[in-house]
Design a protein around this ligand. Structure first.
Ligand code: ZN
Length: 303
């Protein structure tokens, strides 16, 4: 899910131009899935609505800074997630439901640098890989491309078993033994898949970036997780989740999407699924839409 789609670019351009239809269309398109995500993270429905409203305001405030290196949906989810963490400090860490059961999402394997160096994503604390400068941002982009390519390869070849394994390792941060149990393979096989995947990531990095230090060539697990979450590297498209919802996907994809939604429990994708399921809940959406549009009307009167 890297970069902006045509439709997203079109909507953003319309909003930036101050086109009257652009903003309501953008709100319509994303509010349902954001509300579903917020409702899964906070108890009160009112709080969830407030957070989504703040998310859209946050988008407008940062519109000039948004460069489009993630999809608009992913960008909105990241603003919302930050808002949720700010309002419920420390409780919104895990992106995958699975982490609530295993208590991981702070786990890792033998090569793990340990909890003290782990990121409370997406608010990185001080460490070399949390630096926010141009060079490190560029490195993150290359790393995201490297992992993205790996994931695409697994999807294209329908090698979903290996994809599940690296998702559990890098996205959900499970330990090797937990992954083996979840997928039903030997521990050794998990280690092999991890080794092979890291080797491919390393090769991509060496081919596409110059002057990398050893810590760049062998990124720590926490950074892989951060990049994975930040770019939602394995998340199925919304249209694929729609196909799953309607039962129109081929078997291999149905099994994988089912895993991603129900075993891994990706909250971003569950939010999309719940939004699709709740499309009949139009009354509430209309009400929230009205609130968002009213509270943001000032942004369009300036120019
Ligand atoms: Zn997902």
């Amino acid at each position: 899910m890297n970069g902006l789609s045509e439709a997203e670019r079109f909507l953003l351009d319309a909003v930036r131009r101050g086109d009257e239809q652009g903003w309501p269309q953008l709100v319509d398109r994303y509010q349902g899935r954001l509300l579903a995500f917020a409702r899964s993270r906070v108890r009160s429905a009112t709080d969830a609505e407030d957070l989504v409203q703040e998310t859209f305001i946050g988008l407008l405030r940062g519109l000039e800074r948004f460069r489009g290196d993630s999809s608009l949906e992913t960008y909105l989810f990241s603003i919302l997630r930050r808002r949720i963490i700010d309002s419920h400090r420390g409780k919104a860490r895990a992106v995958c439901l699975l982490n609530d059961i295993t208590g991981s999402g702070g786990g890792g394997d033998d090569s793990d640098p340990g909890p003290e160096s782990r990121l409370p994503a997406p608010d990185p604390t001080a460490s070399w890989y949390a630096r926010r400068d141009e060079q490190h941002d560029a490195y993150r982009s290359v790393l995201a491309m490297a992992v993205g390519e790996l994931v695409r390869g697994y999807k294209t070849s329908l090698n979903f078993r290996e994809l599940k394994i690296i998702e559990l390792l890098f996205y959900a941060q499970l330990k090797n033994a937990q992954v083996a149990q979840a997928v039903g393979v030997e521990d050794g096989h998990v280690a092999t898949v991890k080794h092979r995947s890291l080797a491919r990531i390393r090769k991509h990095l060496l081919d596409h970036a110059e002057g990398l230090s050893q810590s760049h060539i062998d990124p720590p697990d926490a950074l892989l997780t951060e990049v994975w979450e930040g770019h939602r590297l394995s998340c199925p498209k919304r249209s694929t989740i729609g196909g799953y919802h309607l039962g129109t996907l081929e078997d291999a994809w149905t099994d994988y999407v089912d895993f991603h939604l129900n075993k891994l429990g990706c909250r971003f994708c569950l939010a999309n699924l719940h939004d699709l399921q709740a499309s009949d809940d139009q009354a509430q959406l209309d009400r929230v839409r009205q609130r968002i549009l009213q509270s943001t009307v000032g942004f369009f009167k300036k120019s």
